[in-house]
Design a protein around this ligand. Structure first.
Ligand SMILES: [Zn+2]
Length: 248
């Protein structure tokens, strides 16, 4: 008998294999993003049918094979099925899973990434925070988790906390005194943040996970955050996510 392991995770993608099987990828807390086969999962009568649908969160009992896992059973905690009822929410959910897929690896624990994905889906479900803001919160937070976040708490050269000018090529804030000593900075994608936008970005990087989706911002701050994130992502995560074409 092969041994099974139980992993907590969320199904990111699912594709058909052979006549009745599925190949899925699960972002697991314990082993990062893993590929797994689910035999017979496309049959309506199969116990694996429901737990191998994208966005399903729960615990999965899997066999460990040489190249891939195979799913023995799954216990659904939240299947986020109603996200599919709203086209925009579905597009955003697909985008978040695509980003998570891109940034996670097999055999590297993904506690923070999985938790972020879960609470982000909860926020999508609740519908209290605008989708555009959820997107920017998710992106900034997951990039920070990967060590790719911007330095936004103080000047990255001298530590002066009175800094609002971001130079993207430098990866964060640089105060005016330091900027004067760096003549080449003008080409480094400069952007000035307002106090409120800077505070909001700091909050997204540092807040408790449970409080990430507990606020809204003015149209002005949203526009600033949008601009900041699109430039920052273009520079530090220059990858085309297919699902981003469908975001409203
Ligand atoms: Zn400085």
């Amino acid at each position: 008998m092969r041994e099974t392991v139980t992993l907590t995770g969320m199904v990111l993608v699912s594709s058909p294999v052979k006549e009745y099987d599925k190949r899925i990828e699960i972002l697991t807390r314990e082993r990062g993003r893993i590929p797994a086969f689910a035999q017979g999962a496309r049959k309506q009568s199969s116990a694996l049918c429901a737990c191998t649908v994208p966005f399903t969160f729960g615990s999965f009992q899997v066999y460990e094979g040489r190249n891939a896992y195979s799913v023995k059973s799954g216990e659904i905690e939240n299947y986020f099925g109603n996200l599919a009822d709203d086209y925009d929410s579905l597009c955003y959910a697909s985008y978040f899973t695509e980003v998570a897929r891109y940034l996670t690896r097999e055999n590297i624990r993904a506690d923070a990434e999985l938790l972020l994905l879960y609470i982000t889906f909860k926020a999508l479900q609740a519908g209290l925070v605008p989708l555009k803001l959820i997107r920017r919160i998710f992106e900034l937070r997951i990039m920070s988790q990967q060590g790719e976040g911007p330095g936004l708490f103080s000047c990255i050269r001298c530590g002066n906390t009175d800094a609002y000018d971001v130079y993207m090529s430098e990866g964060g804030l640089i105060c005016q005194d330091c900027a004067k000593k760096m003549p080449g900075l003008k080409q480094c994608y400069p952007l000035k943040l307002s106090h409120d936008a800077r505070y909001t970005l700091q909050y997204i990087i540092s807040s408790q996970p449970q409080k990430l989706y507990s606020f809204n911002v003015s149209g002005q701050v949203m526009a600033e955050i949008d601009k900041f994130m699109s430039i920052y992502i273009a520079r530090y995560m220059p990858h085309h996510f297919n699902s981003s074409d469908f975001l409203s």
